[in-house]
Design a protein around this ligand. Structure first.
Ligand code: FES
Length: 107
């Protein structure tokens, strides 16, 4: 993966530790997570219904959907609990020298 695949998304210090925010990146609605100072990104809309994961509850590496409490692993996007049957897309992230989180939108 080359550098230019990464898109500048949001300042890392805008996301408190063990919290999640919703960010618009190039027209994509993403959820960006801070787990003990490590950053992860997934699509923001749950694969089960019309709920935003940024409104959910982050517990370690798991985000709980606010609507039916299904849980995804934010590292892989894997659907971990019912009623989820479909994984969510997860994206590689890195923090630049400028303090911004960069997200790779390339599959
Ligand atoms: S909408 Fe997310 S678990 Fe149902």
């Amino acid at each position: 993966m080359t550098e230019e695949n990464y898109i500048k998304a949001v300042e890392a210090n805008k996301i408190p530790e063990d919290d999640v925010i919703g960010v618009d990146v190039n027209g994509y609605n993403l959820a960006v997570y801070n787990v003990e100072g490590e950053f992860f990104a997934t699509d923001n809309i749950c694969t089960h219904g019309n709920a935003k994961l940024c409104d959910g509850f982050l517990d370690g590496h798991r985000i709980e959907c606010p609507l039916h409490q299904g849980e995804f692993d934010v590292r892989s996007g894997k659907a971990c609990t019912s009623p989820l049957t479909e994984d969510i897309k997860a994206y590689p992230t890195k923090v630049g020298d400028d303090g911004f989180i960069y997200i790779s939108m390339i599959e």
